[in-house]
Design a protein around this ligand. Structure first.
Ligand SMILES: [Zn+2]
Length: 272
């Protein structure tokens, strides 16, 4: 809540309310799996976060992430129902942004070098997930759909496609690969939503860009951010970014600025 407040007092107040109203179910109990999700109830204008808190810093990130989703819904509560449904490419914006605030603040406030290293590694692992793991899923799925046009794709072939995609997107940097990843990753099996992978990377870069923008701007950021979220269900993302952030997503600068933040983390990690 403290770190949210530096960027947006309204977001901090929302988080406080979510705690006080007991919208977060975080108990760690036998049989409850890790991870988390957020679901909203438009009629009652409430949301619930279901997650397992076992005391790690990545659990804190998960909570920040889910509160970001909840906040996105919260600022849209009085938007017409038909304009509340936003596309996948902006669905992870508010969540990743919230996560970023907490991750960055944790690194800054680390009590010693060891803790800083660990928290930085956590951040860098996220970059690896978004730029390599998710990228592998996208490459795999693209090629899978191409081959599927010609008929059933065998298990052997699926394994080959997965392995090739991983080698390519991890730049052959891994000692081991996971050829049957396609079988275990649930997103590949949500048949109503193909390509449920790139929105994460897009959302990550988009919110990194918003984050870089927030650090540069003054107190007007909060209102711009809320207005941006409220428009996510009724505007194309290029128009959204131009209207509320005055940035041109079709140019590479915005994306490069976002990437730079990730590179900085790696450099700091290496120097530590
Ligand atoms: Zn999410």
């Amino acid at each position: 809540m403290k770190h949210f407040r530096e960027f947006s007092p309204k977001m901090a107040n929302f988080a406080k309310m979510a705690f006080e109203k007991r919208w977060i179910e975080a108990e760690d109990r036998p049989g409850k799996r890790p991870g988390g999700f957020c679901t909203s109830f438009p009629d009652s204008e409430q949301t619930r976060v279901f997650m397992t808190y076992s005391g790690t810093s990545s659990n804190i990130s998960t909570l920040a992430h889910e509160l970001g989703h909840a906040y996105h819904q919260y600022v849209m509560n009085d938007v017409h129902g038909l304009n509340q449904g936003y596309a996948m490419n902006v669905a992870e914006t508010a969540s990743t942004f919230a996560e970023m605030i907490v991750a960055d603040a944790s690194v800054l406030n680390a009590k010693d070098k060891q803790e800083k290293l660990e928290l930085l590694e956590d951040k860098i692992q996220r970059s690896i997930a978004f730029f390599m793991n998710i990228h592998a899923r996208f490459v795999f799925e693209t090629r899978f759909y191409e081959e599927r046009k010609k008929g059933i794709v065998s298990v052997k072939r699926l394994n080959e496609l997965m392995l090739d995609a991983q080698k390519e997107t991890y730049c052959e940097a891994l000692e081991e690969y996971d050829p049957s990843f396609w079988a275990s990753k649930l997103h590949f099996h949500i048949t109503s939503t193909p390509f449920y992978n790139f929105p994460y990377t897009f959302g990550y870069l988009f919110s990194l860009g918003i984050y870089a923008h927030a650090k540069r701007s003054n107190e007007s950021f909060e209102d711009n951010y809320i207005a941006l979220l409220r428009d996510t269900g009724r505007m194309k993302v290029e128009d959204l970014a131009w209207k509320h952030l005055k940035v041109d997503l079709t140019k590479s600068d915005f994306w490069e600025a976002a990437m730079e933040l990730c590179v900085k983390d790696v450099e700091e990690f290496i120097s530590l």
